[in-house]
Design a protein around this ligand. Structure first.
Ligand code: PGA
Length: 244
């Protein structure tokens, strides 16, 4: 994996405040010394931090992503919502769509499809999350579920060049568990076969403990990192280990 371009996406979820951004100074100096042709780093902070983070990262190669958006790209009476156009206007280049934590709140494949379409229209790149639950895995229906998520989530979307697919088994998120490396390889192969030319990331409990195994899965294009991205030193160590 070390000879190609690797994406690292930090998903901060509902964590972080203005003070937390200071911890990124370490990451900024680390990235400046790093080979730009090998690493693409993207931070997805909560919406409140996108704009201040944009200022902080302006002289760096680090990009910013949002964690979700409303499905409509027009302004409207939607209290508490933010759309893709608004996110783009404050500096987001990417947006995570279909994260299982939002699917669990009722986001279905149809809504995800609308969100992806509106984000494409606004010029954002999409990190499209898919993944099976533990009971689906046990029943042996993982591929069927993933295919449903892909087919319905990407329905009527011709140009998929700005869509990254993040394979995140629900049972692996925040649990410390990961699938076997052979399973990840097989699933990533399956996704790449179904969505030709796609970049596929792995997410779910990526950590300093398992990155040595994960980095050897040679069809994976990068990682979506939740908990382990919140501590800058830990995150830098994960990245360093990936390239060692
Ligand atoms: P985790 O989260 O790394 O804490 O498991 C990943 C994610 O939810 O994107």
């Amino acid at each position: 994996m070390t000879n190609k371009y690797i994406y690292f996406i930090a998903n901060w979820k509902m964590f972080g405040n203005l003070r937390t951004l200071n911890s990124l100074n370490k990451v900024i100096s680390f990235v400046k010394k790093f080979n730009k042709n090998k690493l693409k780093l993207i931070y997805c902070p909560p919406t409140t931090l996108i704009s201040p983070l944009k200022d902080k990262l302006k002289l760096t190669s680090i990009d910013i992503g949002a964690q979700n958006c409303h499905e409509s790209d027009v302004y409207g009476a939607n209290t508490g919502q933010v759309n893709s156009k608004m996110l783009k206007s404050v500096g987001a280049k990417y947006v995570i769509i279909g994260h299982s934590e939002n699917r669990q709140l009722g986001e279905n494949n149809h809504l995800i499809n609308l969100k992806i379409k509106s984000s494409i229209k606004s010029g954002l790149k999409i990190i499209f999350c898919i993944g099976e639950s533990l009971s689906q895995k046990k029943k042996g229906t993982t591929k069927k579920i993933l295919l449903q998520q892909i087919t319905q989530g990407l329905k009527n979307i011709k140009n998929k060049k700005n869509i990254f697919i993040a394979y995140e088994p629900i049972w692996a998120i925040g649990s410390g568990l990961i699938p076997r490396d052979s399973e990840i390889f097989e699933i990533v192969k399956f996704i790449k076969h179904k969505v030709k030319g796609s970049k596929v990331l792995y997410g779910g409990s990526v950590s300093l403990k398992n990155i040595n195994v994960l980095k050897k899965i040679n069809n994976v294009d990068g990682f979506l990192v939740g908990g382990a991205s919140q501590n800058s030193k830990n995150f830098i160590d994960i990245i360093k280990k990936t390239f060692n």
